[in-house]
Design a protein around this ligand. Structure first.
Ligand code: GDP
Ligand code: MN
Length: 396
């Protein structure tokens, strides 16, 4: 689960990690009031669940960028007014952008250097791992590709946790000395504590800055949390902004379905994560692309299948549907019921290929073929994949 920068910075404050003074604003008047209170030069920052805002701009006006340093409250007000309610496009958003509902107004910092700090769980070593670099402010993927030696990694053994040694190594690796290195070391220790205590899955500060005065501060804050651990963290759940999430993923999540939106045009309804992966693979294999990953689960009810089918049909990119069911605990007749109810409620005007196998397969087929729905039966997975591609007039 993602949160906004301003929420991440509040968590940083709670953990004693320095961030610039600032407040959130939902309209131009509030933005102006905050800027006045802060005084002097301020930064206006669009709050969306995507990075690259500094280089990104409104889809409606290419001159309006997502992050802007302004000299007074009047300019803060007008930039906030320009951003609010408009879609901001960055390299991390869809082309239609994401609507700006809030702006963060912060006291501007005097930047001497911009550094990069990232933390992830490294699955290979099973350790929370720091990745830091002197190449802050830049796209870190590009640094990783062109100057990998500029990224310093440090894994932390969960049994012992972080020590001063780790933190100093990172600070010195960033070329810091004296009180600057001390401040950074304290930040690394607090970041580790935050990451573990709140079950984060990613923390990224790009840039972590050193000011003209030699102080260290987080100028940006990107935090993701492990959804499987959210039940332990009601304070984090409260930070959820459902508007920023993929509608289909949210509805699926609420219905207990495992759904991930993808870029292709073939909607998939499958039971079991393994079969769902295999289905996506075989669609790719025959030269097409899946529109989603969808696992209705082992014990799917007809209601869940109906919801799943409706979610797939609500995606305008979906041009054909492949239902691939291997009935085990989930019975073919139950799935068939769900499909028929959904297709009749929503109206099905795209090709539907169905491959059923396993528990109650005959009853399932009876329901489907007797439903009056126009569907294309398939014998096995490859046959199903070929038929769904053929229904679209051949491979893309
Ligand atoms: P992102 O583009 O979404 O990652 O947004 P950031 O919060 O990282 O801001 C983008 C860039 O704006 C930073 O890399 C800085 O170069 C610049 N910036 C942000 N805040 C300040 C500030 O207080 N002073 C100055 N001079 N530049 C800033
Ligand atoms: Mn940034």
């Amino acid at each position: 689960m993602k949160i906004h920068e301003y929420q991440g910075k509040q968590l940083f404050r709670n953990y004693g990690i320095p961030v610039p003074d600032g407040e959130i604003a939902s309209n131009a008047e509030e933005a102006s009031a905050v800027a006045q209170k802060l005084g002097g030069t301020v930064v206006v920052k669009a709050q969306i669940h995507a990075g690259g805002r500094g280089k990104g701009h409104l889809t409606t006006n290419e001159d309006i960028r997502g992050v802007k340093v302004v000299n007074d409250a009047e300019s803060a007000k007008s930039h906030a007014a320009a951003l609010l309610g408009q879609p901001l496009r960055t390299h991390q958003t869809a082309t239609e952008g994401q609507k700006v509902k809030k702006v963060l107004i912060e006291k501007a910092s005097n930047i001497a250097s911009e550094l990069y700090v990232g933390m992830v769980l490294d699955r290979e070593t099973s350790q929370v791992t720091f990745m830091v670099s002197t190449e802050g402010g830049m796209d870190i993927e590009e640094v990783a590709a062109t100057q990998p030696e500029k990224i310093i990694r440090q894994g932390i053994d969960p049994a012992t946790g972080i020590s001063g040694f780790h933190a100093r190594k990172l600070a010195y690796g960033l070329g810091m000395e004296g009180t600057t290195a001390k401040q950074a070391a304290k930040i690394f220790i607090q970041l580790y504590k935050l990451f573990v205590e709140k079950d984060a899955s990613l923390v990224e500060i790009n840039p972590l800055i050193i000011t003209d005065a030699g102080d260290v501060m987080a100028l940006d804050a990107k935090l993701n949390f492990d959804t499987n651990a959210l039940y332990k963290h009601p304070d984090i759940v409260e930070l959820r902004d459902a508007d920023e999430e993929d509608d289909k993923e949210r509805i699926a999540n609420d219905a207990g379905l495992n759904y991930v939106s993808l870029d292709g045009n073939i909607g998939c309804l499958v039971n079991g994560a393994g079969l769902a992966m295999a289905t996506m693979d075989i669609i790719k294999h025959v030269g097409a692309a899946p529109a989603n990953f969808l696992d209705v689960g082992g014990g799917a009810t007809a209601e869940q299948v109906t919801k799943a089918f409706k979610i797939i049909l609500s995606d305008p990119n979906v041009k054909a549907i492949l239902v691939n069911i291997f009935g085990g605990i989930a019975k073919c007749d139950v799935i068939a019921d769900g499909v028929v109810v959904a297709a009749k409620e929503v109206g099905l005007d795209i090709p539907l290929v169905v491959r059923l196998e396993g528990t109650n397969v005959e009853a399932g087929k009876k329901i489907l073929y007797g439903s009056g729905l126009e569907l294309i039966p398939a014998d096995d997975m490859l046959d199903a994949a070929n038929k769904v591609v053929a229904s679209l007039g051949g491979a893309a």
